[in-house]
Ligand binder design. Structure first.
Ligand code: NAD
Length: 492
Protein backbone atom coordinates (compact mmCIF):
# COMPACT_ATOMS: atom_id res chain seq x y z
CA UNK A 1 0.00 0.00 0.00
CA UNK A 2 1.24 3.48 -0.79
CA UNK A 3 0.05 7.04 -0.16
CA UNK A 4 -2.51 6.91 -2.96
CA UNK A 5 -3.95 3.61 -1.67
CA UNK A 6 -4.68 5.02 1.75
CA UNK A 7 -8.27 6.05 1.28
CA UNK A 8 -8.60 8.26 4.37
CA UNK A 9 -7.36 11.84 4.49
CA UNK A 10 -3.93 12.05 6.07
CA UNK A 11 -3.81 14.97 8.51
CA UNK A 12 -0.46 16.66 8.06
CA UNK A 13 -0.65 19.75 10.26
CA UNK A 14 0.13 20.37 13.90
CA UNK A 15 -2.77 20.58 16.33
CA UNK A 16 -2.54 23.52 18.72
CA UNK A 17 -5.24 25.14 20.82
CA UNK A 18 -7.99 23.12 19.17
CA UNK A 19 -6.95 23.96 15.58
CA UNK A 20 -4.79 22.53 12.84
CA UNK A 21 -1.89 24.83 11.95
CA UNK A 22 1.23 25.02 9.81
CA UNK A 23 4.60 26.08 11.19
CA UNK A 24 5.11 29.85 11.44
CA UNK A 25 7.63 29.91 8.60
CA UNK A 26 5.75 27.23 6.60
CA UNK A 27 8.74 24.89 6.62
CA UNK A 28 7.97 21.18 6.38
CA UNK A 29 9.80 17.86 6.32
CA UNK A 30 8.98 14.58 4.61
CA UNK A 31 7.79 11.36 6.16
CA UNK A 32 8.17 8.06 4.34
CA UNK A 33 6.71 4.61 3.87
CA UNK A 34 9.58 2.45 5.15
CA UNK A 35 8.45 -0.57 3.12
CA UNK A 36 9.06 1.26 -0.16
CA UNK A 37 11.03 4.40 0.66
CA UNK A 38 8.27 6.50 -0.97
CA UNK A 39 7.35 9.85 0.54
CA UNK A 40 3.86 9.82 2.03
CA UNK A 41 3.47 13.29 3.50
CA UNK A 42 5.06 16.62 4.42
CA UNK A 43 4.51 17.83 7.99
CA UNK A 44 5.38 21.14 9.70
CA UNK A 45 8.88 21.62 11.05
CA UNK A 46 8.05 23.56 14.21
CA UNK A 47 10.08 26.65 15.07
CA UNK A 48 10.76 28.07 18.54
CA UNK A 49 7.77 30.39 18.01
CA UNK A 50 5.49 27.46 17.20
CA UNK A 51 6.65 25.66 20.33
CA UNK A 52 6.02 28.81 22.34
CA UNK A 53 2.47 29.07 20.96
CA UNK A 54 1.74 25.44 21.82
CA UNK A 55 3.09 25.76 25.38
CA UNK A 56 1.21 29.03 25.84
CA UNK A 57 -2.02 27.33 24.76
CA UNK A 58 -1.39 24.44 27.15
CA UNK A 59 -0.55 26.90 29.95
CA UNK A 60 -3.74 28.87 29.33
CA UNK A 61 -5.78 25.67 29.37
CA UNK A 62 -4.08 24.57 32.58
CA UNK A 63 -4.66 27.88 34.37
CA UNK A 64 -8.31 28.05 33.27
CA UNK A 65 -10.87 26.16 35.33
CA UNK A 66 -11.94 24.17 32.29
CA UNK A 67 -9.66 21.20 32.83
CA UNK A 68 -7.87 20.70 36.14
CA UNK A 69 -10.93 21.85 38.09
CA UNK A 70 -13.35 19.71 36.11
CA UNK A 71 -14.93 17.06 38.31
CA UNK A 72 -12.61 14.03 37.97
CA UNK A 73 -15.56 12.02 36.66
CA UNK A 74 -15.74 14.44 33.70
CA UNK A 75 -12.08 13.89 32.86
CA UNK A 76 -12.76 10.16 33.11
CA UNK A 77 -15.75 10.48 30.77
CA UNK A 78 -13.73 12.36 28.14
CA UNK A 79 -10.89 9.83 28.25
CA UNK A 80 -13.41 7.00 27.86
CA UNK A 81 -14.96 8.84 24.92
CA UNK A 82 -11.51 9.19 23.34
CA UNK A 83 -10.97 5.45 23.86
CA UNK A 84 -14.26 4.78 22.03
CA UNK A 85 -13.23 7.05 19.15
CA UNK A 86 -9.82 5.39 18.83
CA UNK A 87 -11.58 2.03 18.75
CA UNK A 88 -14.17 3.21 16.23
CA UNK A 89 -11.45 4.62 13.95
CA UNK A 90 -9.15 1.68 14.62
CA UNK A 91 -8.86 0.38 11.06
CA UNK A 92 -7.84 3.80 9.78
CA UNK A 93 -5.34 4.37 12.62
CA UNK A 94 -3.83 0.90 12.20
CA UNK A 95 -3.40 1.33 8.43
CA UNK A 96 -1.88 4.77 8.95
CA UNK A 97 0.59 3.34 11.47
CA UNK A 98 1.62 0.50 9.20
CA UNK A 99 2.00 2.92 6.27
CA UNK A 100 4.21 5.28 8.28
CA UNK A 101 6.02 2.92 10.69
CA UNK A 102 6.18 -0.31 8.69
CA UNK A 103 4.95 -2.75 11.33
CA UNK A 104 2.62 -5.64 10.51
CA UNK A 105 -0.99 -4.53 10.16
CA UNK A 106 -2.10 -7.16 12.68
CA UNK A 107 0.25 -5.68 15.29
CA UNK A 108 -0.89 -2.15 14.47
CA UNK A 109 -4.46 -3.30 15.15
CA UNK A 110 -3.71 -5.31 18.25
CA UNK A 111 -1.00 -3.24 19.93
CA UNK A 112 -1.12 0.32 18.62
CA UNK A 113 -4.90 0.57 18.49
CA UNK A 114 -5.96 -2.18 20.90
CA UNK A 115 -3.24 -1.24 23.41
CA UNK A 116 -4.10 2.46 23.17
CA UNK A 117 -7.77 1.76 23.86
CA UNK A 118 -6.83 -0.45 26.82
CA UNK A 119 -4.47 2.17 28.30
CA UNK A 120 -6.96 5.01 27.78
CA UNK A 121 -9.69 3.06 29.59
CA UNK A 122 -7.41 1.99 32.43
CA UNK A 123 -6.04 5.52 32.96
CA UNK A 124 -9.53 7.04 32.71
CA UNK A 125 -10.35 5.03 35.82
CA UNK A 126 -7.53 6.68 37.76
CA UNK A 127 -9.02 10.17 37.32
CA UNK A 128 -11.54 9.44 40.08
CA UNK A 129 -9.15 7.54 42.35
CA UNK A 130 -6.39 10.05 43.01
CA UNK A 131 -6.16 10.57 46.75
CA UNK A 132 -3.96 11.96 49.52
CA UNK A 133 -3.85 10.98 53.18
CA UNK A 134 -4.49 12.41 56.62
CA UNK A 135 -1.49 12.72 58.91
CA UNK A 136 -1.35 12.89 62.74
CA UNK A 137 1.22 15.54 63.68
CA UNK A 138 3.37 15.64 66.83
CA UNK A 139 3.48 19.44 66.97
CA UNK A 140 2.91 20.60 70.57
CA UNK A 141 3.28 24.32 70.11
CA UNK A 142 1.76 26.82 70.94
CA UNK A 143 0.23 25.14 73.99
CA UNK A 144 -3.43 24.24 73.52
CA UNK A 145 -3.39 24.40 69.72
CA UNK A 146 -4.26 21.31 67.73
CA UNK A 147 -3.52 20.51 64.09
CA UNK A 148 -5.33 18.83 61.28
CA UNK A 149 -2.94 17.80 58.50
CA UNK A 150 -3.43 16.12 55.15
CA UNK A 151 -1.83 15.65 51.75
CA UNK A 152 -3.36 16.24 48.35
CA UNK A 153 -2.14 15.19 44.92
CA UNK A 154 -2.36 18.17 42.57
CA UNK A 155 -1.66 18.11 38.82
CA UNK A 156 2.00 18.73 37.90
CA UNK A 157 1.00 21.37 35.32
CA UNK A 158 1.96 21.64 31.66
CA UNK A 159 3.53 18.41 30.46
CA UNK A 160 5.95 18.18 27.52
CA UNK A 161 5.74 14.63 26.19
CA UNK A 162 8.40 13.47 23.73
CA UNK A 163 8.09 10.00 22.21
CA UNK A 164 10.00 7.68 19.85
CA UNK A 165 8.99 5.97 16.62
CA UNK A 166 8.80 2.29 17.59
CA UNK A 167 5.19 2.34 18.89
CA UNK A 168 4.10 5.82 17.80
CA UNK A 169 0.44 5.77 18.84
CA UNK A 170 0.84 3.61 21.94
CA UNK A 171 3.81 5.59 23.31
CA UNK A 172 1.82 8.80 22.85
CA UNK A 173 -1.11 7.29 24.77
CA UNK A 174 1.21 6.00 27.53
CA UNK A 175 2.02 9.66 28.17
CA UNK A 176 -1.15 11.59 27.46
CA UNK A 177 -3.69 9.28 29.13
CA UNK A 178 -2.27 9.45 32.67
CA UNK A 179 -1.24 13.11 32.32
CA UNK A 180 -4.77 14.11 31.30
CA UNK A 181 -6.33 11.86 33.95
CA UNK A 182 -4.31 13.74 36.58
CA UNK A 183 -5.52 17.13 35.31
CA UNK A 184 -2.35 18.18 33.46
CA UNK A 185 -2.37 19.69 29.98
CA UNK A 186 -0.02 18.32 27.32
CA UNK A 187 2.16 19.30 24.39
CA UNK A 188 3.14 16.09 22.61
CA UNK A 189 6.04 15.88 20.15
CA UNK A 190 6.03 12.64 18.18
CA UNK A 191 9.22 11.36 16.54
CA UNK A 192 10.04 13.02 13.23
CA UNK A 193 9.83 9.63 11.46
CA UNK A 194 6.28 8.83 12.66
CA UNK A 195 4.11 11.87 13.41
CA UNK A 196 0.90 10.89 11.59
CA UNK A 197 -1.09 8.88 14.15
CA UNK A 198 -0.33 11.40 16.92
CA UNK A 199 -1.84 14.19 14.81
CA UNK A 200 -4.94 12.09 14.21
CA UNK A 201 -5.13 11.27 17.93
CA UNK A 202 -5.26 15.00 18.75
CA UNK A 203 -8.06 15.45 16.26
CA UNK A 204 -9.99 12.59 17.87
CA UNK A 205 -9.44 14.14 21.32
CA UNK A 206 -10.94 17.36 19.99
CA UNK A 207 -13.90 15.39 18.65
CA UNK A 208 -14.26 13.72 22.06
CA UNK A 209 -14.70 17.17 23.60
CA UNK A 210 -11.36 17.98 25.23
CA UNK A 211 -11.19 21.77 25.61
CA UNK A 212 -8.80 23.66 23.27
CA UNK A 213 -5.21 23.71 24.50
CA UNK A 214 -5.56 20.68 26.77
CA UNK A 215 -3.86 18.34 24.30
CA UNK A 216 -1.60 19.79 21.58
CA UNK A 217 0.65 18.09 19.04
CA UNK A 218 3.73 19.74 17.53
CA UNK A 219 5.85 18.13 14.83
CA UNK A 220 9.53 18.80 14.28
CA UNK A 221 13.11 17.71 14.71
CA UNK A 222 14.40 16.59 18.08
CA UNK A 223 17.41 18.91 18.28
CA UNK A 224 15.28 21.97 17.48
CA UNK A 225 11.57 21.53 18.29
CA UNK A 226 12.16 18.88 20.97
CA UNK A 227 14.92 20.86 22.66
CA UNK A 228 12.84 24.09 22.54
CA UNK A 229 9.96 22.26 24.20
CA UNK A 230 12.14 20.85 26.98
CA UNK A 231 13.71 24.19 27.87
CA UNK A 232 10.50 26.24 27.62
CA UNK A 233 9.82 28.03 30.90
CA UNK A 234 6.08 27.32 30.61
CA UNK A 235 6.63 23.57 30.90
CA UNK A 236 6.44 22.07 34.39
CA UNK A 237 7.15 18.44 33.65
CA UNK A 238 8.99 16.62 30.86
CA UNK A 239 8.21 13.00 30.12
CA UNK A 240 10.52 11.41 27.59
CA UNK A 241 10.79 8.01 25.97
CA UNK A 242 13.74 7.51 23.66
CA UNK A 243 17.44 6.84 23.57
CA UNK A 244 19.70 7.04 26.59
CA UNK A 245 21.88 9.51 24.68
CA UNK A 246 19.03 12.02 24.26
CA UNK A 247 17.72 11.18 27.74
CA UNK A 248 20.99 12.42 29.23
CA UNK A 249 20.68 15.73 27.32
CA UNK A 250 17.08 16.18 28.47
CA UNK A 251 17.89 15.17 32.05
CA UNK A 252 20.69 17.74 32.18
CA UNK A 253 18.45 20.52 30.91
CA UNK A 254 15.69 19.62 33.38
CA UNK A 255 18.17 19.48 36.27
CA UNK A 256 19.33 22.95 35.33
CA UNK A 257 15.75 24.27 35.15
CA UNK A 258 14.62 22.21 38.18
CA UNK A 259 11.81 20.74 36.08
CA UNK A 260 10.22 17.43 36.92
CA UNK A 261 11.34 14.74 34.49
CA UNK A 262 10.61 11.09 33.74
CA UNK A 263 12.95 9.19 31.44
CA UNK A 264 12.18 5.86 29.73
CA UNK A 265 15.38 5.01 27.88
CA UNK A 266 17.26 2.30 26.06
CA UNK A 267 17.91 -1.32 26.93
CA UNK A 268 20.06 -4.35 26.21
CA UNK A 269 17.85 -6.97 27.76
CA UNK A 270 19.23 -10.43 28.56
CA UNK A 271 17.36 -13.68 27.92
CA UNK A 272 18.69 -16.41 30.23
CA UNK A 273 17.84 -20.01 29.35
CA UNK A 274 18.35 -22.51 32.17
CA UNK A 275 19.40 -26.08 31.42
CA UNK A 276 16.07 -27.66 32.37
CA UNK A 277 14.17 -25.64 29.76
CA UNK A 278 12.69 -27.51 26.82
CA UNK A 279 14.91 -26.47 23.87
CA UNK A 280 11.99 -25.82 21.52
CA UNK A 281 10.37 -23.53 24.06
CA UNK A 282 13.68 -21.70 24.54
CA UNK A 283 14.09 -21.29 20.78
CA UNK A 284 10.60 -19.88 20.27
CA UNK A 285 10.90 -17.66 23.35
CA UNK A 286 14.29 -16.26 22.37
CA UNK A 287 13.20 -15.64 18.76
CA UNK A 288 10.02 -13.86 19.88
CA UNK A 289 11.93 -11.77 22.42
CA UNK A 290 14.23 -10.29 19.77
CA UNK A 291 12.30 -10.33 16.49
CA UNK A 292 8.99 -8.87 17.72
CA UNK A 293 8.40 -5.43 16.10
CA UNK A 294 11.57 -6.07 14.03
CA UNK A 295 13.68 -5.75 17.18
CA UNK A 296 12.62 -2.12 17.59
CA UNK A 297 11.55 -2.65 21.18
CA UNK A 298 13.25 -1.07 24.20
CA UNK A 299 13.05 -4.40 26.06
CA UNK A 300 14.07 -6.52 23.03
CA UNK A 301 15.85 -9.66 24.23
CA UNK A 302 19.07 -8.88 22.38
CA UNK A 303 21.52 -10.91 24.51
CA UNK A 304 20.88 -14.65 24.75
CA UNK A 305 22.65 -16.70 27.44
CA UNK A 306 22.51 -20.46 26.89
CA UNK A 307 24.03 -23.39 28.83
CA UNK A 308 27.18 -24.46 26.92
CA UNK A 309 25.89 -28.02 26.36
CA UNK A 310 22.79 -26.65 24.60
CA UNK A 311 24.46 -23.73 22.81
CA UNK A 312 24.68 -25.09 19.26
CA UNK A 313 21.22 -26.65 19.31
CA UNK A 314 19.45 -23.54 20.57
CA UNK A 315 21.41 -21.03 18.49
CA UNK A 316 20.79 -23.12 15.36
CA UNK A 317 17.09 -23.29 16.27
CA UNK A 318 16.79 -19.50 16.55
CA UNK A 319 18.80 -19.16 13.33
CA UNK A 320 16.26 -21.43 11.58
CA UNK A 321 13.43 -19.20 12.76
CA UNK A 322 15.34 -16.20 11.38
CA UNK A 323 16.04 -17.84 8.01
CA UNK A 324 12.39 -18.87 7.63
CA UNK A 325 11.01 -15.40 8.40
CA UNK A 326 9.17 -13.83 5.47
CA UNK A 327 10.11 -10.16 4.97
CA UNK A 328 7.75 -7.74 3.28
CA UNK A 329 5.24 -4.95 3.56
CA UNK A 330 3.26 -4.84 6.79
CA UNK A 331 0.09 -4.81 4.66
CA UNK A 332 0.86 -8.22 3.11
CA UNK A 333 -0.80 -11.03 5.09
CA UNK A 334 2.13 -13.36 4.33
CA UNK A 335 4.70 -11.02 5.86
CA UNK A 336 6.24 -12.00 9.18
CA UNK A 337 8.66 -9.09 9.52
CA UNK A 338 8.42 -5.61 8.03
CA UNK A 339 11.09 -2.96 7.41
CA UNK A 340 13.00 -0.87 9.91
CA UNK A 341 11.63 2.62 10.36
CA UNK A 342 14.06 4.69 8.27
CA UNK A 343 17.03 4.43 5.92
CA UNK A 344 19.19 6.06 8.59
CA UNK A 345 18.22 3.46 11.16
CA UNK A 346 18.65 0.61 8.63
CA UNK A 347 22.20 1.86 7.91
CA UNK A 348 22.98 2.08 11.62
CA UNK A 349 21.80 -1.50 12.24
CA UNK A 350 23.68 -2.80 9.17
CA UNK A 351 26.81 -1.03 10.47
CA UNK A 352 26.50 -2.68 13.88
CA UNK A 353 26.13 -6.13 12.30
CA UNK A 354 29.25 -5.49 10.18
CA UNK A 355 31.12 -4.36 13.29
CA UNK A 356 30.02 -7.51 15.15
CA UNK A 357 31.41 -9.64 12.34
CA UNK A 358 34.66 -7.65 12.16
CA UNK A 359 35.17 -8.01 15.91
CA UNK A 360 34.89 -11.81 15.73
CA UNK A 361 31.16 -12.63 15.96
CA UNK A 362 29.89 -15.40 13.69
CA UNK A 363 26.83 -14.46 11.62
CA UNK A 364 24.74 -17.64 11.79
CA UNK A 365 21.67 -16.21 10.06
CA UNK A 366 20.71 -13.00 8.28
CA UNK A 367 23.02 -10.03 8.16
CA UNK A 368 21.77 -8.70 4.80
CA UNK A 369 18.94 -6.53 3.54
CA UNK A 370 16.96 -9.35 1.93
CA UNK A 371 17.57 -7.77 -1.51
CA UNK A 372 14.57 -5.53 -1.10
CA UNK A 373 13.77 -1.91 -1.75
CA UNK A 374 12.67 -0.17 1.44
CA UNK A 375 14.50 -0.25 4.74
CA UNK A 376 14.85 -3.98 5.37
CA UNK A 377 17.30 -5.92 7.50
CA UNK A 378 17.07 -9.69 7.73
CA UNK A 379 16.57 -11.13 11.21
CA UNK A 380 20.13 -11.78 12.30
CA UNK A 381 21.72 -14.19 14.76
CA UNK A 382 25.32 -13.69 15.83
CA UNK A 383 27.06 -16.49 17.75
CA UNK A 384 29.64 -15.23 20.20
CA UNK A 385 30.92 -18.63 21.33
CA UNK A 386 34.16 -17.21 22.75
CA UNK A 387 32.32 -14.52 24.79
CA UNK A 388 34.30 -11.76 23.13
CA UNK A 389 33.60 -8.16 24.21
CA UNK A 390 31.73 -7.28 21.01
CA UNK A 391 30.30 -3.77 20.64
CA UNK A 392 27.01 -5.39 19.60
CA UNK A 393 26.81 -7.11 23.01
CA UNK A 394 27.31 -3.81 24.80
CA UNK A 395 25.39 -1.25 22.75
CA UNK A 396 21.71 -1.13 21.93
CA UNK A 397 21.02 -2.03 18.28
CA UNK A 398 17.25 -1.51 18.30
CA UNK A 399 16.89 -3.91 15.39
CA UNK A 400 16.37 -7.65 14.77
CA UNK A 401 19.87 -8.64 15.86
CA UNK A 402 20.51 -11.30 18.50
CA UNK A 403 23.89 -12.14 20.02
CA UNK A 404 24.09 -15.55 21.69
CA UNK A 405 26.63 -16.52 24.33
CA UNK A 406 27.31 -19.80 26.16
CA UNK A 407 27.71 -20.06 29.93
CA UNK A 408 28.87 -22.75 32.34
CA UNK A 409 26.97 -21.92 35.51
CA UNK A 410 24.00 -19.72 36.31
CA UNK A 411 26.00 -17.31 38.46
CA UNK A 412 28.19 -16.60 35.45
CA UNK A 413 25.11 -15.93 33.28
CA UNK A 414 23.65 -13.55 35.88
CA UNK A 415 26.96 -11.68 36.20
CA UNK A 416 27.14 -11.31 32.41
CA UNK A 417 23.49 -10.20 32.25
CA UNK A 418 24.17 -7.51 34.85
CA UNK A 419 27.40 -6.35 33.21
CA UNK A 420 25.54 -3.70 31.22
CA UNK A 421 24.89 -0.02 31.70
CA UNK A 422 21.23 -0.79 30.98
CA UNK A 423 18.62 -2.42 33.22
CA UNK A 424 15.23 -2.28 31.53
CA UNK A 425 14.00 -5.86 31.05
CA UNK A 426 15.21 -9.46 31.38
CA UNK A 427 13.75 -12.93 31.08
CA UNK A 428 14.56 -16.34 32.48
CA UNK A 429 13.35 -19.60 30.95
CA UNK A 430 12.95 -22.61 33.26
CA UNK A 431 10.38 -24.99 34.74
CA UNK A 432 11.86 -24.77 38.23
CA UNK A 433 10.27 -22.06 40.36
CA UNK A 434 13.08 -21.83 42.90
CA UNK A 435 15.70 -21.33 40.18
CA UNK A 436 13.50 -18.77 38.42
CA UNK A 437 13.07 -16.78 41.63
CA UNK A 438 16.81 -16.77 42.30
CA UNK A 439 17.41 -15.21 38.90
CA UNK A 440 14.54 -12.73 39.48
CA UNK A 441 16.24 -11.72 42.74
CA UNK A 442 19.66 -11.25 41.16
CA UNK A 443 18.97 -9.57 37.82
CA UNK A 444 19.16 -5.77 37.75
CA UNK A 445 16.16 -4.83 35.63
CA UNK A 446 12.94 -2.87 35.97
CA UNK A 447 10.95 -5.86 34.73
CA UNK A 448 11.92 -9.53 34.93
CA UNK A 449 9.81 -12.03 33.01
CA UNK A 450 9.71 -15.77 33.61
CA UNK A 451 8.93 -17.95 30.58
CA UNK A 452 7.72 -14.92 28.64
CA UNK A 453 9.22 -11.64 27.41
CA UNK A 454 8.10 -8.15 26.32
CA UNK A 455 4.73 -8.42 28.09
CA UNK A 456 3.41 -5.11 29.41
CA UNK A 457 0.12 -4.20 31.04
CA UNK A 458 -1.34 -0.85 32.09
CA UNK A 459 -1.56 -2.06 35.72
CA UNK A 460 2.08 -3.19 36.01
CA UNK A 461 4.74 -0.51 36.65
CA UNK A 462 7.33 -0.26 33.88
CA UNK A 463 10.68 1.51 33.73
CA UNK A 464 14.39 1.12 34.00
CA UNK A 465 17.22 0.54 36.44
CA UNK A 466 20.58 2.22 35.75
CA UNK A 467 20.91 4.00 32.36
CA UNK A 468 17.50 2.69 31.24
CA UNK A 469 15.72 5.56 32.91
CA UNK A 470 14.26 7.36 35.87
CA UNK A 471 10.70 6.86 37.08
CA UNK A 472 7.96 4.35 36.38
CA UNK A 473 4.99 4.39 34.01
CA UNK A 474 1.65 2.55 34.39
CA UNK A 475 -0.18 1.32 37.47
CA UNK A 476 -0.52 3.38 40.61
CA UNK A 477 3.09 4.56 40.15
CA UNK A 478 2.08 6.79 37.25
CA UNK A 479 0.04 9.10 39.47
CA UNK A 480 3.25 10.21 41.19
CA UNK A 481 4.72 11.13 37.81
CA UNK A 482 1.98 13.63 36.92
CA UNK A 483 1.11 15.09 40.31
CA UNK A 484 2.81 17.06 43.06
CA UNK A 485 2.16 16.46 46.76
CA UNK A 486 0.66 19.43 48.54
CA UNK A 487 0.68 19.23 52.36
CA UNK A 488 -2.05 21.09 54.22
CA UNK A 489 -1.65 21.99 57.90
CA UNK A 490 -4.61 23.55 59.75
CA UNK A 491 -4.34 24.88 63.30
CA UNK A 492 -7.48 24.86 65.46
P1 NAD B 1 15.61 9.33 20.09
O1 NAD B 1 16.14 9.53 21.46
O2 NAD B 1 16.50 9.58 18.96
O3 NAD B 1 14.31 10.21 19.86
C1 NAD B 1 13.19 10.14 20.70
C2 NAD B 1 12.44 11.45 20.64
O4 NAD B 1 13.27 12.48 21.15
C3 NAD B 1 12.05 11.89 19.23
O5 NAD B 1 10.77 12.50 19.29
C4 NAD B 1 13.09 12.94 18.90
O6 NAD B 1 12.64 13.91 17.98
C5 NAD B 1 13.32 13.58 20.26
N1 NAD B 1 14.62 14.23 20.44
C6 NAD B 1 15.80 13.94 19.84
N2 NAD B 1 16.76 14.79 20.27
C7 NAD B 1 16.18 15.63 21.16
C8 NAD B 1 16.65 16.70 21.97
N3 NAD B 1 17.92 17.12 21.93
N4 NAD B 1 15.77 17.33 22.78
C9 NAD B 1 14.48 16.94 22.85
N5 NAD B 1 13.98 15.94 22.10
C10 NAD B 1 14.82 15.28 21.27
O7 NAD B 1 15.05 7.82 20.10
P2 NAD B 1 14.42 7.02 18.90
O8 NAD B 1 15.52 6.62 17.99
O9 NAD B 1 13.25 7.75 18.34
O10 NAD B 1 13.82 5.76 19.68
C11 NAD B 1 14.58 4.67 20.00
C12 NAD B 1 15.03 4.70 21.45
O11 NAD B 1 13.91 4.80 22.33
C13 NAD B 1 15.74 3.42 21.85
O12 NAD B 1 16.88 3.74 22.59
C14 NAD B 1 14.72 2.71 22.72
O13 NAD B 1 15.27 1.79 23.63
C15 NAD B 1 14.04 3.84 23.38
N6 NAD B 1 12.72 3.43 23.91
C16 NAD B 1 12.56 3.29 25.25
C17 NAD B 1 11.35 2.86 25.77
C18 NAD B 1 11.13 2.70 27.25
O14 NAD B 1 9.99 2.64 27.67
N7 NAD B 1 12.18 2.63 28.05
C19 NAD B 1 10.27 2.61 24.91
C20 NAD B 1 10.48 2.77 23.54
C21 NAD B 1 11.71 3.19 23.05
Amino acid sequence: MDRQDFTHTIRTQMFVDGRFCASGDSRTFAVFNPATGAEIAQVPDATDTDIDEAVTAARRAFEADTWRRLPPSERERLLLRLADLVERNGDELAALETLNQGKLLGFSKMLEVGGSVQWLRYMAGWATKIEGSTVDLSLAFPPGVRYNASTRRVPAGVVAAIVPWNFPLLMAVWKIAPALACGCTVVLKPAEETPLTAIRLAELAHEAGFPPGVFNVVTGQGETAGAALVRHAGVDKVTFTGSTEVGRIIGKQCANDLKRVSLELGGKSPVIVLDDCDPQRAIEGAAGAIFFNHGQVCTAGSRLYVPRARFEEIVEGVAQVARNTVLGSGFDAATQMGPLVSSRHRDKVAGMIAQGRAEGGEIVAGGGDGNRAGYFIEPTVIANAANQPLTVVREEVFGPVLVAMPYDDVEEAIAAANASEYGLGASVWTNQLDRALRVVDAVQAGTVWVNTHNMVDPALPFGGFKASGIGREHGRAIIDAYTETKSVCIAY
